[in-house]
Design a binder for this molecule. Structure first.
Ligand SMILES: [Zn+2]
Length: 201
């Protein structure tokens, strides 16, 4: 795992990607006609890393109860359903994310609960870095230009011999702005992650 300034994003778990965890998709349940109130159905996944994961879903009018055994854990989770109107009569069905209440077509199972991608801050394998982390990468580049390792935790590097003071001051100023942008975003992200976890636990 790279440190701050190494150009890699600080995620909750950098190895966890959408590909690797169990998910439920309301669109596929609708397509298969599974959401009939008063009935239940079962589903499962096989993943090499975790083996077989199974779920059973009990369908009610405005919610589903999902019981699962996955990741060496089992439990159950109630997920409310909501609809948005669509052109052809019956509305489109969504999950209301148990973590944040937002509409979601797909929920992911992690840490013993289902929640949307935003709640788990899952990294799509190809996800681009956020503006804050791009700023950190640029700040790190400025530091390397001045002969340091590029790590943002260490004091700002001294002026290299032969560099004009004016150039040095300009780079220092730029670096300070980029680092401030990065810390600002880090604070917001940490704060929102804490809030989400509080709601889930
Ligand atoms: Zn959510």
């Amino acid at each position: 795992m790279g440190g701050i300034g190494s150009g890699r994003g600080a995620r909750f778990d950098s190895k966890m990607t959408v590909d690797r965890i169990c998910r439920i998709d309301i669109r596929s349940w609708c397509r298969k006609g599974l959401l009939v109130p008063g009935t239940s159905f079962a589903g499962g996944w096989y993943q090499r890393a975790v083996g077989v994961s199974v779920i059973r879903v009990w369908v009610e009018y405005d919610r589903v109860m999902v019981s699962f055994g996955a990741h060496a854990k089992s439990g159950d989770c109630v997920v409310q359903l909501c609809t948005t109107p669509c052109n052809f009569g019956s509305g489109r069905l969504w999950f209301a994310c148990p973590g944040c209440g937002r509409r979601a077509a797909v929920l992911y199972l992690a840490w013993g609960s289902f929640a949307c991608r935003q709640c788990f801050d899952l990294a799509y394998p190809s996800q681009r870095e956020s503006p804050g982390f791009r700023a950190a990468t640029r700040a790190s580049k400025i530091r390397r230009k001045l002969g340091s390792s590029g790590a943002l935790q260490t004091p700002f590097p001294e002026k290299p011999k032969g560099m004009h003071w004016r150039t040095y001051e300009r780079l220092r100023q730029q670096e300070a702005e980029l680092t401030a942008q990065f810390s600002g975003e880090l604070e917001v992200r940490t704060d929102s992650l804490k809030k989400r976890l509080d709601r889930l636990l």
